[in-house]
Ligand binder design. Structure first.
Ligand SMILES: Nc1ncnc2c1ncn2[C@@H]1O[C@H](COP(=O)(O)OP(=O)(O)OP(=O)(O)O)[C@@H](O)[C@H]1O
Ligand SMILES: Nc1ccn([C@@H]2O[C@H](COP(=O)(O)O)[C@@H](O)[C@H]2O)c(=O)n1
Length: 420
């Protein structure tokens, strides 16, 4: 039975595990023989009476994996004894794309191990999750990892035991390895496939697919300039795009487009794989609208692919800004089948002024926007990702002057770049 579990995960012993404590990663790996290595730091922090486990979500069905991972934390927080502490965890093959399994590291300090182990046994029988327990050797000088078998969970028959040993930080932060086609989509087909797979579980997917079925044939490049205005919320995009529309006699479009509004709230509650595919497809609908309107007059677009990619990357990458993929990473490349605007302007604003504008406006914020307010790190990552996207790259404009000054500055840029 243990062999069956291992076949789910080839190269188990080549995997690195990372546990995030207060946003900082602690790495360890496993090996058959112990050669006098130190105990990994994350285990040195476990009190003498503490027990630890790892839970990694693992299924060949990516929708099931995404849905279950989204629910797992709530379930654990609800059902585990209060003395259990959960930390985000990854298991990955160093620098290998798409090799990441996500889950949690569990430190159980409750008196009895029974309630936690009963819950974990239950989980591996019903859900796509791999559980390992970690056993402390005498004197706490050694720890071993035991991968629980799926099938014989009653007796917890173990697969081969491995020693845990410290591991160096990999070149690429593990949270960056699965971004492509899980968080950011680089073609219509890839995003479309995700929503197609959700048809049975999310009825709204069918409505989106129906809208996409009536997409206009791909057109040639619009005759008129296409100008995208990007920026965090309350940086002045609506104000500026409306003024540009009036000044230039342009058509104003947005992404996601109006026709997706009835489905948006539902997709905002879905895990990143599904939510991001929805926004990616929204860009293609907007692109079709741009294609039509751009033959008649200039087009101004309120958010487009920069927003989709920047928010997705910033959410996917955990920890510090330096964990973002490097500037030359393919993660920041524009999808080859998506219309390229003539100019992308990124409005930036001092955080305090942005907060002041948000307070004055006092509208409902999405969860992600509240996160921007509370989490400085997230905001910095979104801004950095915006600035790294290429093909086209964005031109940054300081949005703190008066509305008219910002308008004049952007008009100058448009006239310089687009000959309007
Ligand atoms: N240059 C400016 N100076 C002062 N206030 C501004 C300026 N531009 C916009 N505002 C005000 O800031 C608030 C946010 O502006 P706006 O709604 O245009 O931002 P937004 O980027 O479209 O936000 P969201 O993405 O959340 O829709 C509004 O109350 C608006 O009147
Ligand atoms: N092209 C887009 C536009 C938006 N998003 C996501 O929506 C949120 C912000 O939208 P607002 O309408 O409130 O400005 C933000 O959380 C983005 O994740 C997107 O992905 N792509």
């Amino acid at each position: 039975m243990a062999r069956r579990t291992m076949s789910v995960l080839p190269q188990w012993s080549s995997r690195i595990f990372s546990v995030e404590l207060d946003g900082a990663p602690f790495y360890f790996s496993t090996q058959e023989k112990h050669r006098g290595e130190e105990v990994p730091r994350v285990f040195r922090k476990i009190p003498n009476y503490g027990r630890c486990y790892s839970l990694l979500v693992c299924s060949s069905d990516r929708i099931r994996r995404a849905k279950f991972y989204g629910k797992l934390k709530d379930k654990l927080l609800r059902d585990l004894p209060p003395e259990c502490h959960l930390s985000p965890m990854f298991s990955f093959l160093p620098n290998v794309k798409d090799s990441v399994l996500k889950g949690y590291f569990l430190n159980d300090n409750s008196v009895s191990s029974s309630p936690t182990e009963r819950l974990l046994r239950d989980l591996i029988q019903r859900d796509p999750v791999l559980v390992c327990s970690y056993l402390r050797g005498e004197g706490g000088q050694l720890w071993t990892q035991h991968l629980w078998s799926h099938a014989d969970s009653q007796t917890m028959e173990m697969s081969k035991d491995y020693y845990v040993v410290p591991s160096k930080a990999p070149e690429y932060h593990p949270s960056t390895l699965n971004i492509i086609n899980s968080d950011v989509f680089y073609s219509f087909e890839e995003a479309y496939e995700v929503l197609k797979q959700c048809g049975d579980i999310i009825p709204e997917s069918k409505s989106v697919l129906e809208l996409l079925a009536s997409r206009a044939e791909a057109r040639s490049k619009p005759d008129f300039p296409v100008i995208v205005i990007e920026g965090l919320d309350a940086t002045g995009k609506t104000t500026l795009t409306e003024s540009l529309r009036d000044t230039l006699g342009a058509c104003l479009l947005r992404s996601p487009p109006q026709c997706l509004s009835p489905m948006r709230a539902r997709f905002d509650r879905e895990p990143p794989l599904i939510r991001r595919a929805f926004y990616a497809l929204g860009n293609y609908i907007t692109a079709d609208q741009i294609g039509q309107e751009g033959m008649k007059r200039p087009v101004i677009v309120d958010r487009f692919w920069h927003s989709t990619a920047a928010y997705a990357i910033a959410t996917a990458v955990s920890g510090a800004v330096c964990n973002l993929p490097a500037e030359d990473s393919e993660v920041y490349h524009w999808p080859s089948d998506l219309l390229q605007p003539s100019l992308v302007v990124l409005l930036t604003l001092d955080p305090e002024e942005r907060k002041r504008r948000l307070r004055n406006r006092a509208q409902g914020e999405t969860k992600e926007e509240q996160e921007l307010d509370h989490n400085k790190l997230f905001r910095l990552k979104v801004e950095k990702a915006y600035q790294r996207i290429r093909g086209p790259a964005c031109v940054t404009v300081d949005a703190s002057p008066s509305t008219d000054q910002v308008l004049q500055e952007v008009l100058l840029l448009i006239r310089g770049k687009c000959h309007l």
